[in-house]
Design a protein around this ligand. Sequence first.
Ligand code: PLP
Length: 394
Amino acid sequence: MTAPVASATSDALLGVYRRAPMEFVRGSGVELFDETGKAYLDFVAGIAVNALGYGDAGLEAAMRDGMESGILHVSNLYRTLPGERLSEKLVERTFADRVFFCNSGAEANEGAFKIARRWARSTGGAAKHEIIALRGGFHGRLFGTLAATDRPSYRAPFRPLAGGISIVERDLAELDAVLNPETVAAVIVEPVQGEGGVRVLDHAFLRALREMTRTRGIALILDEIQCGYGRTGSFFAYEQIGIEPDMLTTAKPMAGGLPMGAILVTEALASTMQPGDHGTTFGGGPFLSTVALHVFDRLSDPALLQQVKDNGAWLGSALNALAGRSEKVRAVRGTGYMWGIDIVDPAKDVIGRALDLGLLLCSAGEHTLRLLPPLVMGRTDLERGVALMEQAIG
Ligand code: PLP
């Protein structure tokens, strides 16, 4: 064992990330600060996690509340109130009748696949087990979810992938041919594909897919891990589409930066799950759930959602205006506080130049910049970020 290295560039970490060179030591509002004191305006928000920004007083108070009982964790073998209250709030606010808490987005999707199979087996026997995902979708990198994630470079080194999971074009005719009620258990779809380039899926397409799955007895799973919890200007994106899924997965901002995910599910599917069919050690613990209750109240607040809608519309027009001025911008897509910008240069070059200018951006593909500002970011900072980004694009 080598001596511990007190640096963010430690060689002891598994090398699965290309990290930016600076080290963040502090956050405040919508800015992060590196070890030299340089400020960075944050258009990444920990990849759609830090919806409330940094140093939020309400979040800090919720964490203190969460510690008061002295119980951070007791195991799901016992009842604790905060998780039960959070599940009730989610049920009240959504289509769902039941909630399962877990620790990440990929874990939520893995659980949703299991629930879909359990339910499908009860309605159609063992042959009804296939999971269908869509072109451009990202559902995680665990063993089952990797098979549903449409990124060849993520998949290739790990073949053979988990079986019974396929990827189909975002095309109703193709789906019509593939969605065999005897063999397909579920379809999983992100209403706004995040990692796949920030693609807002057509609402008519999603409504037709809902109808097709409903009439064929196939479960529809909405993956709102990135686009849910206020990011599109409604608490969940499906509310704007006029459909209800059989299951929905959520994670990223749920507990204000602490690891938490959830599966929301209707009674029809949930009732097929029996004790022992699924589980997790940490899911929905009392400390996490106390913090998540606070986040739920903040991100489901109609005033905040309206602000995301209004500022998001402004952001969209500012980005389209930028596209009109810049030959380096090819296309702009998005909604709310979730935007993708196709650019001529490699995204990593622009992200590097933005860092120098004090702006954090991430990518969604080699030539697509992705903007995911904290949901509390106001118009002035959005405007400042767009100006810095324009400079970085060149
Ligand atoms: N699904 C979507 C839509 C995501 O954006 C992500 C992460 O980016 C995941 C699933 C996986 O979530 P996690 O990284 O928490 O496992």
